[in-house]
Design a protein around this ligand. Structure first.
Ligand SMILES: [Zn+2]
Length: 386
């Protein structure tokens, strides 16, 4: 029994880090050198682990670089799925965190959840085939959706940007379609998870990830862990009121941040001058080419976001804000006014050590987070198969 538990801890630690030396496994699990050696020996004998030379840096004591252990292909695979307003991305990775195949599809907006789930299921088949992964090797599927997920009931909340999904128990619905265990989370939470694991927030204890796309949401990291709040609704920063008498938001309130700084709002502002066919990408391209109207609306959006982020800083006192999502591609055109507004509106002491940086994982952050959701899951830690 204890041996099983110890083995689960080693498997979980290795799955979470992708590759680790024996010394790291000892540190991460708190198990003794002998126990680690014995469990690693078993896993290797079963063909589940491979060993390779580390990155060449010598160990602190001098001597040879530590050998790194990671799961072999036969140990299993994870699937990540990311739904946006207009896209669907799917990836398959092995347990050493190597992406083996990816697929992307453009989606019509406002489709019913059924259509989205059917397409997701098709793309899962596609990546499994491309990576030659048998279905029974998949240890789990991570699903990211652009809306709040009520963790108590597993349902998509009413302010989701995908109206066809409201009230749907997405993990259950996709799980029964695929015949695989599915874990679901909000897309901004997954972006935070990915930037924390592999990106700009690595090694940070208290941080927030902002997803600035059609919707605006935040994933909050407190003491090195994702903070979800009671029921999983934390981080809905896009519905902070910026203008009491502003436009009506899809959540039913008026003047939410999203109605002023979401991609759809910015595109709408420019359609009069830049043509009705303007897209978010068109707006970003125009700004990059120096178009003053496009740069102006992005700068104003940055300021509005900064107003909300200043409050977040006063409440959370983070060391880092990572800005991701479609509009983050605007770079400093968006970020400089955002930084300025944060420093203007927050208590100086809460932002003294604050850094505001763009995400490093780009448009794939949420997809990678969906994979991290499976890889970092403590449930079924015994997923290295026997
Ligand atoms: Zn709102």
């Amino acid at each position: 029994m204890r041996r099983e538990r110890n083995r689960s801890r080693v498997v979980a630690a290795l799955r979470e880090s992708g590759a680790a030396s024996r010394a790291e496994l000892i540190r991460r699990t708190g198990l003794s050198r002998t126990t680690i050696a014995s469990i690693v020996g078993d896993l290797r004998e079963e063909g589940l682990l491979v060993e390779r030379d580390g990155d060449g840096s010598a160990s602190p004591q001098g001597g040879r670089p530590a050998r790194l252990l990671s799961f072999s292909r036969s140990a299993g695979a994870a699937i990540g799925i990311d739904f946006g307003k207009r896209h669907l991305r799917v990836a398959a990775a092995d347990l050493s965190h190597t992406i083996l195949a990816e697929a992307k599809r453009t989606m019509d907006t406002d489709e019913p959840a059924e259509t989205g789930l059917a397409t997701a299921s098709e793309l899962v088949d596609e990546v499994l085939e491309a990576a030659a992964i048998p279905r029974d090797q998949v240890i789990g599927v991570g699903l990211g959706l652009p809306g709040p997920i009520d963790m108590r009931y597993g349902r998509v909340g009413s302010s989701s940007i995908l109206p066809g999904w409201v009230g749907v128990r997405a993990a259950e619905a996709l799980g029964s379609r695929l015949g695989m265990p599915v874990a679901v989370d909000n897309d901004a939470n997954l972006g935070a998870l990915a930037e924390l694991r592999w990106g700009a927030a690595a090694d940070h204890r208290t941080a927030a990830y902002l997803k600035v796309s059609t919707g605006i949401g935040a994933g909050l990291v407190v003491d090195g862990r994702l903070y979800k709040g009671t029921g999983g609704m934390a981080g809905e920063i896009g519905h902070t009121i910026i203008q009491e008498q502003g436009d009506v938001c899809r959540c039913g309130k008026r003047g939410c941040l999203e109605t002023l700084a979401g991609a759809a709002a910015l595109v709408e502002l420019l359609q009069g001058t830049h043509g009705p066919g303007l897209t978010t990408q068109g707006l970003l391209d125009a700004a990059a080419a120096g178009d003053s109207g496009a740069r102006r609306v992005l700068a104003d959006a940055g300021r509005h976001i900064g107003t909300a982020v200043a409050t977040l800083c006063d409440l959370l006192n983070p060391e880092l804000i990572v800005v991701g999502g479609e509009l983050s591609a605007a770079g400093d055109v968006l970020l400089d006014p955002l930084r300025e507004q944060v420093h203007r509106n927050a208590i100086p002491a809460t932002t003294r050590e604050l850094e505001i940086v763009p995400g490093v994982l780009g448009p794939r952050a949420e997809l990678l987070g969906a994979l991290a959701l499976v890889l970092a899951s403590r449930n079924g830690a015994e997923a290295a198969r026997r």
